[in-house]
Design a protein around this ligand. Structure first.
Ligand code: ADP
Length: 447
């Protein structure tokens, strides 16, 4: 189309030059002879003047032709510069993009590929020409892609899209979204197939993460129901016993006190679960966990927690790590920090043997306070370490013998982040886990 327009433009210009020349020459010959003959009577003078007139004609037409041709060539040069600039612009667009741009024939053989192809195919663009595009499609997607291509050609589809996985020569796999344009001659024959493919690895990973999250969430609902039912069953059982006893008076006051203590203990478990659920709903709604910051001594919070856990889990060995630096004075919310310590200590108990050694300590430097909980329990792989702070994540979700909703550490992370701090994990499978909380000594000013 463009070429045809250019050709027409040239023809038009040539006809114009020839026309102007013919008009000028005809007018000159026609009028100049008559005017001279009318003005000059002498034949010798007329002949001389006609010779001058001939030379004058040559000079004037030379200038005329020169100026017309010059103007035409200048226009051509300008058009050529425009063409080169536009070609460069397109080349920059095609070669500068992260997308894969290819052109194939009706058999699916490459007739053009941009430089990005070497990234996705592991083959230089020039070496791609003539290769079959389908050979770079993953085995599982090949049949579907071929059938789709054949269908588009048979139905003379103009534009369509398809997702598949591309496999480079080195085996690297990339999920891609193709947008394909089919161009046809007026008689219906295929002219070319131009396609742009976008790397959708990140989108696919996000979709997978969302699916995992939804799966974990539905698993969470059944875990939560189970976690609520167990203490409720105990509370109900002991309440019934107490009620029977009050009627029948067959158990001793000591036994009744034990029943009530168990009910209280289970109620505390229920309260903890409900608190976790409330914290979760706050986090999911995008709200920060509210903090009541005050100047606190972490050593006393640590000592209290150790005393509490030693009473609750007498078979475990609890040790206080020697403090580093001066007294651990820090600006924190003491209730929330105790919640953090309880969560980490609970995990240390749950994921180590009943005779495991659990250490808790704190330290201080100029800028930071550190809290550290270590155990010699089952430990975590690097992949598990990367996920333990995700909501609902539990390494072994099927193990209902070990209670938990997969929320504790995500809440810990939120509380610590609210203090402007961070949580670090070090762990080795079979050897144990160390969780370290680093808090700024003074809470950063937040707008
Ligand atoms: P849960 O209530 O299930 O313990 P958390 O959010 O506290 O939930 O922990 C998430 C998961 O991280 C746990 O289910 C467990 O698999 C793993 N985990 C946490 N702490 C430890 C630890 N000290 N040792 C081994 N695994 C741990």
């Amino acid at each position: 189309m463009l070429q045809r327009r250019a050709r027409l433009c040239f023809q038009h210009e040539a006809v114009k030059i020839a026309g102007i020349y013919a008009l000028f020459a005809t007018a000159w010959i026609f009028f100049s002879d008559r005017i001279l003959a009318a003005l000059v009577g002498n034949l010798a003078t007329l002949t001389l003047l006609q010779t001058f007139k001939g030379w004058f004609f040559v000079a004037v037409t030379t200038v005329l032709v020169y100026s017309l041709v010059y103007r035409h060539v200048a226009r051509l040069r300008h058009a050529e510069r425009e063409l080169l600039a536009s070609e460069e612009r397109y080349r920059e667009l095609v070669e500068g993009t992260d997308d894969l741009i290819v052109e194939v024939d009706d058999a699916g053989r490459f007739s053009f590929v941009n430089h990005r192809s070497s990234h996705y195919y592991g083959v230089e663009p020039a070496a791609c020409i003539g290769l079959f595009a389908f050979d770079f499609v993953h085995r599982d997607d090949q049949e579907r892609t071929r059938a789709w291509f054949a269908h588009c050609l048979s139905q003379m589809v103009r534009s369509d899209s398809i997702e598949n996985v591309q496999v480079a020569r080195n085996g690297r796999e990339t999920p891609m979204l193709w947008t394909v344009n089919f161009n046809y001659f007026p008689d219906g024959r295929l002219k070319r197939v131009g396609s742009i493919a976008r790397d959708i690895s990140e989108q696919k990973a996000a979709e997978q993460a969302l699916r995992d999250h939804l799966r974990m969430k539905s698993q969470f609902v059944s875990t939560a129901a189970h976690e609520l039912r167990t203490p409720l069953a105990t509370i109900m059982g002991y309440s019934e016993l107490l009620l029977d006893d009050i009627v029948g008076a067959s158990t001793s006051p000591q036994e009744q006190r034990e029943f009530i203590a168990t009910i209280l203990d289970r109620t505390e478990v229920l309260t903890r679960i409900v608190d976790e659920l409330l914290d979760l709903s706050r986090i999911e709604a995008g709200h920060k966990i509210p903090l009541k910051i005050e100047s606190c001594n972490l050593d006393s919070i640590v000592a209290e927690a150790l005393a509490d856990f030693s009473t609750r889990f007498p078979s475990h060995i609890f040790e206080q790590l020697p403090a580093t630096g001066d007294a651990c004075t820090c600006q924190v919310d003491p209730v929330r920090i105790r919640q953090v310590i309880d969560n980490l200590m609970d995990n240390a108990v749950k994921y180590s043997s009943s005779t495991g050694v659990i250490r808790l300590g704190c330290g201080i430097s100029d800028e930071h306070c550190r809290l550290l909980v270590s155990d010699n329990g089952i430990g975590l792989t690097p992949e598990q370490q990367a996920r333990i702070f995700d909501e609902f994540y539990r390494v072994d979700a099927s193990n209902t013998a070990v209670g938990g909703l997969g929320l504790g550490l995500s809440i810990v992370r939120e509380i610590v982040a609210g203090h402007g701090g961070q949580v670090q994990v070090e762990s080795e499978v079979g050897k144990g886990t160390i969780l370290t909380i680093i808090l700024p000594r003074r809470l950063p000013i937040v707008d």
